[in-house]
Design a protein around this ligand. Structure first.
Ligand code: OXD
Ligand code: MN
Length: 586
């Protein structure tokens, strides 16, 4: 076997449990990928799209009960419940051993076990870490090859391998949701996933490793593993400011990561470094550096179009695996919100005949593209820099129809940590069984923090105390505030660049602002509104801070933080009390 002795031993042990018919170590080569794709076309695990129009693009259909991350079946396994925290489902490691591990017994009979060595991060980066995923899904193997640097290259990372490797065991099992488990062992840096073939549950480098396991390693080792996009904003003078931004799902993260500046801002450019995950650490020179540990984008397809995200559209034109989109009769992908009108006849995501009069959607609401980041026209020339990019601003955001201004800047790092910890977003009826509700999602990490979130807040506060650190400024944005008529006050999309520009200016000590109890909002005229239909009054409304409503918000914070009991850092309580005082609480 080509791996390290420790890898080979683990593969043997897992093979003894899973009993695969054969074991294939993947080298990541073009030839290997080609033959795997041919096999999947034969078995209908993949369907070929029109190769003239969509070269290298394929359709994969998942089981209809397996279309999203299974949060209820996702567990953190620690000896003590409080180490997983109230934010996670928890299981004792020995319970996982008796309840989950047996599900792998013989699970790969008649199947191939693919052994995938991969790197999260890029070769030669001080942050790079190696993972080894064992899977019985060829679709997972082909997707991991897009999403990570996969194959022999991972085995050549001598420095990274000194830190060991993250073990990931994946089997589709029988796809029964009752026997679906995604369990994480942060101490052992191990993941077991069974019963799902969906990306977020099965591509173990992504949410499981790069967020849940890495966040817990980050706590031990002093770095941050965050659910953040990274962009570089280049001014007409050629100066680039890097921003990392956390948003819960359905807030347009991929669109923001690939934003096209409006015509009005000629000379400005946005460079994409990452769209989902950032690992950040203090460099010797005191800057906060960030890498995107992934090599691809696993993005939501519906509503992606030349209007909402032309860079994504360009990116997914080739070498892309689509999951659960519709297929037209001439073998083209189609989805709701695409640039082409609905086809007269198509196959929907389940493979059933579909017409525009069908009551069901043609593409599944969470249908996805898996596409190489290097194909993105806006990809940053620095996206593979092993030393990452220097972050000048951290942005938090959510979907709030009321309350939160378009943008505000925290007073300092610890206030910014409080702002992030109080993040919330309104779900839409499409996302939640309960209809509209405000979901607290600190730093957009609620489903991804691999340990007690109270300790995570403390880790953030501690990161800000590093001697010599050049602390980035922290901001909060809200593109979704509505006026009395229920309509959005801000045009959004490319126009968000105007707000990013103010953020970049503030990060450089420029840009005019006014102090309010919640932080600094843009001074009148500080955000350029030339050429858009946003009046001075609207800008005032967008920057409005209602003390009563904010005091009600802090009560909500208090209720949410209450679940962490004594473990909640004093630094968070102090920030909340200071805010209440500024708001005039008696
Ligand atoms: C998510 C994703 O669920 O990126 O956040 O897929
Ligand atoms: Mn995500």
């Amino acid at each position: 076997m080509p791996g390290t002795a420790e890898m080979n031993k683990w593969v043997e042990e897992m093979a003894a449990q899973c009993e695969p018919k054969n074991i294939v170590w993947c080298d990541g080569s073009e030839a290997e990928n080609h033959s795997m794709i041919e096999d999947m076309l034969d078995s209908r695990e993949l369907i070929r799209f029109n190769q003239k129009k969509w070269p290298g693009c394929y359709l994969h259909r998942s089981h209809i009960s397996d279309v999203a991350r299974a949060e209820k079946k996702t567990f953190i396994c620690t000896d003590k419940h409080e180490d997983a925290g109230p934010n996670n489902n928890w299981m004792l490691p020995k319970e996982a051993m008796s309840r989950v591990f047996p599900l792998f017994k013989g699970a790969m009979k008649d199947r191939t076990m693919y052994v995938l060595p991969y790197i999260m991060g890029m070769p030669g980066s001080p942050m790079a870490r190696v993972g080894l995923e064992l899977t019985d899904s060829a679709y997972v193997a082909a997707s991991m090859r897009i999403m990570t640097r996969m194959g022999s290259i991972a085995l050549e990372q001598k420095e990274a391998l000194k830190k060991g490797f993250v073990r990931g065991l994946h089997s589709k099992g029988d796809l029964d949701p009752e026997r679906r488990f995604i369990v994480h062992f942060p101490k052992e840096e191990t993941i077991w996933s069974i019963g799902s073939g969906y990306g977020g549950n099965a591509l173990l480098g992504k949410k499981c490793f790069a967020l849940r396991i890495a966040s817990s390693i980050g706590k031990r080792e002093g770095f941050l593993a965050e659910h953040m996009l990274i962009v570089g904003l280049q001014s007409p003078e050629g100066e680039t400011t890097y921003i990392a931004a956390a948003f819960p799902s359905a807030c347009g993260k991929t669109n923001l990561a690939m934003l096209t500046p409006p015509a009005h801002m000629a000379g400005w450019r946005v460079f994409t470094v990452g769209d989902d995950i950032a690992w950040m650490w203090w460099a010797e020179d005191g800057t906060l550096r960030a890498i995107n540990p992934e090599a691809g984008f696993f993005g939501v397809v519906p509503q992606t179009s030349m209007k909402t995200n032309p860079n994504a559209m360009e990116t997914i034109r080739k070498n892309t695996i689509f999951v659960n989109v519709a297929m037209t009769q001439d073998a083209m992908p189609w989805w709701e919100g695409s640039d082409s009108p609905p086809p007269a006849e198509a196959w929907d995501w389940r493979g059933h005949p579909w017409t525009p009069t069908s009551s069901e959607k043609a593409a599944q609401a969470n249908s996805r593209f898996t596409t190489p980041a290097r194909q993105c026209p806006s990809i940053s020339p620095k996206w593979e820099d092993p030393q990452g990019v220097p972050i000048s601003a951290i942005v938090f955001g959510g979907r709030r129809s009321q309350l939160a201004p378009l943008v505000y800047e925290a007073f300092n790092w610890s206030h910014g940590v409080y702002v992030g910890s109080g993040m919330a977003t309104e779900t839409t009826a499409a996302q939640s069984d309960y209809g509209m509700m405000t979901r607290r999602d600190p730093m957009a990490m609620l489903p991804f923090c691999g340990y007690n979130m109270a300790d995570y807040f403390q880790h953030w506060l501690d990161m800000g105390k590093k001697a010599g650190a050049k602390l980035p400024k922290i901001f909060n944005v809200n593109w979704f505030r509505t006026g009395a008529n229920g309509k959005y006050l801000w045009p959004g999309f490319g126009e968000n660049m105007r707000v990013l520009r103010w953020i970049a200016e503030r990060a450089q000590g420029k840009g005019k602002a006014v102090e309010t109890p919640i932080g600094f909002v843009p001074a009148e005229g500080a955000i350029d509104t030339d050429g858009i239909d946003v009046t001075k009054e609207t800008m005032r409304e967008l920057s409005g801070v209602d003390p009563e409503a904010w005091l009600a918000e802090t009560e909500d914070h208090e209720a949410f933080f209450g679940q962490f009991g004594k473990r909640l850092p004093a630094g968070i309580t102090a920030e909340m009390e200071a805010l209440e005082k500024r708001l005039g609480k008696k």
